[in-house]
Design a protein around this ligand. Sequence first.
Ligand SMILES: Cc1ncc(COP(=O)(O)O)c(C=O)c1O
Length: 459
Amino acid sequence: MSVLPPQTRAEVEKFLGRTSKSKEIFEKTVKYIPYGVNSNYRAWEPYPIYFSRGSGSRIWDVDGNEYIDYNLAFGVLVAGHNHPRLVEVVSERIKNGVILGFEYENVYKLAEVISKRFNVDMVRFQTTGLESTHHAIRIARGYTGKNKIIKFLGHYHGSHDYVLVATKPNLYAAGHYKYPSKKPSGPGIPGTALEDTLVAQFNDLESVEYLAEKYGDDIAAVILEPVAMNIGLVPATKDFMKGLRKICDDYGIILIFDEVKTSGKLFGGAEEYYGIKPDMKTMAKAIAGGYPLSVIGGKKEIMEEVGPGKIPHAGTFNSNPLSIDAGLVTLTEVLTKEAMDRSIKFNMELTKAVDDVLSDEGIPHNIKTFGNSGTIFFTDEEIMNWHDFLRHNHIGLWWAYFISMMNRGVVPTAPGYDEQWTVSVQHTEEDIEYTIEKFKEIAPILKEDIPKMKIIEAF
Ligand SMILES: Cc1ncc(COP(=O)(O)O)c(C=O)c1O
């Protein structure tokens, strides 16, 4: 017998009924591709949904279901799908060659735009977020001559070994609240890669101070998501950021902001909000409107240590003309201050309406936003870090919310209870109104699904 409440069970059945072609494709795909997906975060039970196209604020799955898209490729498409200016610029570029094997004439233009908008002296380009954090850590190590790094419990910096630790442990594997465990994110990550990775608690300066005092002289960098967007959406407090900056200054540690996600949420990214300048930052996802581009930006004295015979940094696809031109048009003509402000305004409207509906229905919730992005924690408790998230958030309610909205033609967030939604510059007032209307419709389903038991409060 299913443990799901009747309305949620009906939603799951409806969802399976609407996605039969995805099931067929999965059965063919899983013979050749583990779990039928090429990124573990896309794996789903009982099968992933396969999509065929996107346009503006919409996407269509292989069964022909249309959705308003707030996943936007895990925050990549703040420009929306196929923005007309991007289509124009990229089509022109395709005619003139997408990779030239030498440096491309427009790189300095994009470097200048990024330097001014995101307040960095110098940059280097790559294609993925993973590469940017991987190289940034090497640069910090090369510059300081030290090896250890501090990362935070629940923060994600891409799929490479130095940071695949303490990403999403369960409550038992997460360890002590102040001294989180160094639990590798899975098999295959050598202990040697993690020897120099230390793990601290987010929003907890004592936890960082403890590590700094103990290992200070050996610590090259502190890397963090200023707004933790792999714990739903948990902003660092301003005091925490100030304290972190001070600890890094006191111990000669490079402070790296991983702005792979946040660089697309506010015009100037997280630094604009916090007013704290890191020594280096990494940016990716939204900055090239859907094309693969990542950036390491930093202070001149650090970045100038990258070069032949000095700190290694290379990549065949780095600064390919397609990504550079896409980045240039995205940052100058698509994600303009005006367009970003509009997406933020729509996000505020959406958030307020969702908050009101949940309050009216008496459903425990706590909504967090940053710029054009937001998430619902299904709890009344404050969530400051991954421990709080595991102890308080009702993940079952998140599932009921996600599936019920999908059945009504809305992908309400990136698919993952630890993710968030993003409003693009192509979403319209009508999209927001439709989404609110559908949210009102599903609230009674969530109400029925409020767990009767109290989730674990302590361990
Ligand atoms: C904060 C953060 N950093 C880095 C990455 C890695 O980016 P990519 O998936 O492009 O390698 C991600 C991906 O979600 C991320 O959220």
